[in-house]
Design a protein around this ligand. Structure first.
Ligand code: G2I
Length: 460
């Protein structure tokens, strides 16, 4: 039941009028919105983004990017707004850049690099020597030829991007899962032996001395047999002067493989060897608060390790994730921020409107409804964020000598000048997550047709 109130400051010449039924106001609002009438947004400004908040902590915050999505406007705007670093998801892999021996195709990778450079983003290189996405011709080579091909591949690719890549995953996933601590079988391992990793790093240093050279792997995120084996290799490399600058922890998590309790401890022990550590492919399957908590814990662990220089999530939006059914990323398929986004931003020390998913939040928007020669009606829509709210409050400011002469669907109070109205719910202000309500008011123009301005929406 819609109640109409007529409350205003003493000087507001309250008047009642019953010509406009609220349902008509709604209808007109929808029509006007459909006709492109601008609605003022009173949402509290996002004071920060993932990239800028991380930069405030001396870190980068990046994402994997696929070249074939760079034509999609919301993909690109989310990328450009939120992230300070990119990793080509597939475009720099061996099968993408050298599918035929010594014939290099950099088109898709160059597209990502060019976009990133245009926006001042850093670029991670991924990846030079990996058993997967490896063209058949490589696996067919005999040892001597394979060594030549590996070194040529590293050199050609790194020289193409010389000076443009902040960190390269030189060798990816060279260790076995499980308790053996052994190297994974691959053409490189099987034909060249353990020494292929060292050789790859030495070749990489010569090709682009400015790039940080990383070893990158998964299931090495906590202290376990696999990470112990990588640790021993890095320790040996540092002791013998083999050029290695960083270790990448992919950090693909789900309920079967959650964020380890000793995640920070593990990052720290590698950092203590004298290498940087980077979180390189972060994604965490799940949703809501539990996913948000895990994301927050990963970010906090990185911030607690001074040599943890940056975090990359493995994609912009759930819909393009390599495991999209697990909804593992920070933006959903509509590019809406998830509670996990809020948790990351908060852990990075940032603040913003976020998804509204973990804390009470709301947003407001204004549209003009019916207008007469001497007055117009306005409608403000109040929308709850990602969680339910039990109350809300916002302000509507009109330009004197305008006066608000009537209101409906809310309980107003007024500042002493009478031109700032604070509006709260009539009685129960409960709104479910994402649900909307609206209130309305009449502005007496007194010569001015100026649109009112809205303050931020405050939820409780
Ligand atoms: O598997 C997740 C990641 C594990 N660490 C290394 C990363 O490089 C790896 O990324 C994934 C990409 O996210 C996927 O997009 O690597 C996969 C391949 O191992 C990528 O999948 C491939 C599909 O298997 C191909 O069928 C497809 O043509 O992506 C290709 C390009 O869309």
């Amino acid at each position: 039941m819609v109640t109409r109130t007529s409350i205003g400051p003493a000087s507001a010449s309250p008047r009642r009028h019953s010509r406009t039924h609220p349902a008509l106001v709604f209808g007109l609002t929808a029509l006007l919105a459909g006709a492109g009438v601008t609605a003022l947004s009173g949402t509290a400004d996002a004071a920060s983004t993932l990239g800028s908040a991380a930069a405030g902590k001396g870190r980068y915050f990046g994402t994997a990017v696929a070249a074939n999505h760079l034509g999609e406007t919301p993909y690109v705007s989310t990328l450009d707004t939120e992230f300070g670093s990119v990793t080509p998801e597939n475009e720099m892999k061996w099968d993408a850049v050298e599918s035929t021996r010594n014939s290099f195709t950099f088109g898709a990778a160059d597209q990502i690099v060019g976009h990133a450079q245009g926006k001042g983003m850093k670029i991670r290189g991924h990846t030079l020597v990996w058993h997967s996405q490896l063209p058949g011709w490589v696996s067919g080579l005999a040892a001597g030829d394979l060594r030549t091909a590996m070194n040529n591949h590293i050199t050609q690719v790194m020289q193409h991007y010389k000076g443009q890549i902040h960190s390269w995953d030189v060798v990816n996933e060279a260790f076995q899962d499980g308790s053996s601590g052994a190297r994974r079988s691959s053409p490189f391992q099987d034909k060249l032996g353990n020494g292929f990793i060292e050789e790859a790093f030495r070749t990489a240093r010569a090709a682009d001395p400015a790039a940080k050279l990383c070893y990158n792997d998964y299931n090495t995120d906590g202290v376990n047999a696999k990470s112990n084996a990588v640790y021993a290799m890095v320790k040996d490399f540092k002791a013998r002067g083999v050029p290695i600058d960083c270790v990448g922890f992919q950090s693909h998590f789900n309920s079967a493989s959650p964020v380890p309790g000793d995640y920070q401890t593990n990052l720290q022990r590698f950092a203590d060897l004298g290498v940087d550590v980077q979180i390189t492919e972060l994604d965490i399957e799940g949703s809501g608060t539990s996913q948000a908590t895990s994301y927050g814990n990963v970010v906090k662990a990185c911030l607690a390790v001074s040599r943890c220089t940056g975090i990359t999530v493995w994609g912009v939006t759930d819909k393009y994730s390599w495991r999209s059914s697990g909804t593992p990323l920070l933006f959903d398929g509509n590019y809406t921020k998830k509670p996990a986004y809020d948790a990351v931003l908060t852990a990075l020390g940032g603040s913003g409107s976020g998804s509204g998913g973990g804390t009470a939040a709301c947003s407001v928007s204004y549209s003009k409804a019916t207008e007469w020669s001497d007055r117009f009606n306005g409608t403000v829509t109040v929308t709850a964020g990602g969680s339910a709210i039990s109350g809300w409050s916002t302000t509507v400011t009109v330009t004197p000598p305008q006066k608000i002469s009537a209101t409906w669907n809310g309980t107003p109070t007024w500042d002493s000048g009478g031109n700032v109205m604070t509006m709260k719910p009539n009685g129960n202000g409960t709104l479910a997550a994402g649900a909307s309500t609206s209130f309305g008011f009449t502005v007496m123009k007194n010569g001015s047709g100026a649109a009112p301005t809205l303050g931020a929406c405050t939820a409780s």
